[in-house]
Structure formats: C-alpha cells, structure tokens
Design a protein around this ligand. Structure first.
Ligand SMILES: C[S@@+](CC[C@H](N)C(=O)[O-])C[C@H]1O[C@@H](n2cnc3c(N)ncnc32)[C@H](O)[C@@H]1O
Length: 255
C-alpha cells in the first residue's frame, strides 16, 4: 500500500521494527551556515548535521538545533535490513560529514556515489541556481548499504551498482520549494528494490521515491512517505496526479 503520513519522521522511524525496511530515500531538512533564510529557497525548518555542527547554525532563521541529521541516520540504521540501502541526497557540505559518520557508525557498510546531472533543455549541465542543490550542475546521492560484507546472496542489487543519471532539472515545484527530479529515484528503485521491498521516504516533501515506487510496482507496493508539514502532502498529491501517468521516454522521467 502507498501511504503518505503527516507527522514527525524521526518518531515514525523509531516506531518501526528493527531490520524491517529494504530501501530508504532521505532528502533531509539539513542546515548549513546561511542555507536557511539566505535566499536559497528553503522555507521549511532545518536542523544541523550533529551536535558539534549546531554552533555553526545556531540562531539562523528556521533552524531547530534540538534535532540532528545524525539522529535520522541512526534511526534509519536500526530500521534497515542487512543489505538494505539508504539513498541520502547530499551536497558538498553534507557528503563529507555523512561519509565520515557512516565510516564510524555503520560497521560492515559499503558506500557508493550516484551522480545526478541536471540538464537544461539544450542538454548541457544546468548551473543556473546558485546556492541550491543544482548549482554545480547536479548533486550526489550517497548510497550506503548496511551490512554489505558479504552482500546477502538474495539481495536484488547483487554485485552490480548503478552510477548516475542525467535528467532535466525539475522546474516545477508544486508549491513545495526545492523539489527533486523523479528519474534518479526510479533508477534506484529499479536497481535496489523488488516488488516485495518495503520502501520508506522520511522528510518526503513531494516524495519522488514513493512516486517512483508506485510507478514501478503499482499501488500495492509497500511504500510510505512521511513529512511533518500538511502542505507537503498536498504538494505530493498534486505531483503524483500529474506525474504518475506520464510515459517513460519523455520529460522528467528522463529515460
Ligand atoms: C529537502 S525537503 C524534501 C524535498 C523532497 N525531496 C522533494 O523532492 O520534494 C525536506 C523535507 O523535510 C521535512 N521535514 C523537516 N523536519 C521533519 C521532521 N521532523 N519530520 C518529517 N519531515 C520533516 C520538511 O517539511 C521538508 O518537506
């Protein structure tokens, strides 16, 4: 069943049975200095990477230092099955912090980077949004597989790993600020899940991974999006209605 829950995603993750989830997409509401209120189009509340980073963003508009990205990552670790994947959207600020964290805290994990290249309609890298994710012509998804050594034989990923995807930048926002394209998440869902996988998207916004999962497997897929803002769910509903029926081969599905 596809479900969109309005509520606190950390609370939701803590309520899951341990080792019950196969794939998580997390595009967290992380804070970095001057990101919130600094003209980067961030309208939702953000939180620092960890408690030592809190001082860097303390007092900035919309920053809630009572919560950290690391708390989400710890909760995802508990929820994931051995061999399960976390796809974490990053930028240059977040990737090194996240990578160091996985190194220390997720024993036996494997990390892969997946590059999303945002293209203009002329097919060249789009660098037109200074200060946002796509300012360098795209962004990196850090894929971390829990307990990957050895990779369980039964896992859909086996030994193969996909490396990235060029796709048109997402120009529409369904009234929800910075929205990610769908094509990369469809690619990751195809590569790292099966129709029986349990897929979770905390801090979902317009929930690109959940829309991609429904697109790939139909409405009976076990996919849950969670966002604290009711308006995010409404944006998801508008996006889903418009994008789910689209054919692959055109537009932002990017095939
Ligand atoms: C970067 S945005 C996600 C955008 C999404 N990837 C998309 O393409 O639409 C981060 C989201 O996290 C949500 N959020 C922030 N704190 C949250 C929390 N504690 N629980 C659930 N959602 C939260 C915000 O409302 C926001 O929608």
């Amino acid at each position: 069943m596809v479900e969109y829950i309005v509520g606190d995603a950390l609370e939701y993750l803590h309520g899951l049975s341990s080792e019950s989830v196969d794939f998580v997409h997390l595009d967290d509401a992380w804070a970095r200095p001057q990101r919130s209120g600094g003209g980067f189009g961030i309208t939702y509340r953000t939180h620092p990477f960890n408690s030592s980073d809190a001082a860097l963003v303390e007092g900035e508009p919309g920053v809630d230092t009572s919560l950290t990205v690391v708390e989400f990552l710890d909760a995802v670790y508990d929820a994931l099955q051995p061999g399960g994947f976390l796809a974490l959207d990053t930028d240059s600020y977040l990737i090194s912090r996240a990578s160091n964290y996985f190194q220390k805290e997720w024993p036996g994990h494997c990390q892969f980077t997946y590059t999303v290249t945002s293209l203009t309609s002329d097919g060249v890298p789009d660098r037109s949004t200074p200060g946002m994710y796509a300012s360098s012509g795209g962004y990196t998804i850090l894929l971390t597989q829990k307990d990957a050594t050895p990779i369980p034989q039964s896992h859909p990923a086996g030994g193969r790993h996909t490396r990235g995807c060029p796709c048109e930048r997402e120009h529409r926002d369904w009234d929800w600020g910075t929205v990610k394209p769908l094509a990369p998440y469809l690619d990751l869902i195809q590569e790292y899940t099966t129709s029986n996988s349990r897929i979770i998207e905390p801090c979902a916004g317009t929930a690109p991974a959940v829309i991609a999962a429904e697109r790939e497997y139909g409405g009976s897929v076990d996919a849950t999006a969670i966002d604290i803002e009711p308006d995010a769910k409404e944006a998801y509903e508008r996006r889903r209605e418009e994008e789910l029926p689209r054919q692959t081969g055109i537009g932002e599905w990017g095939d």
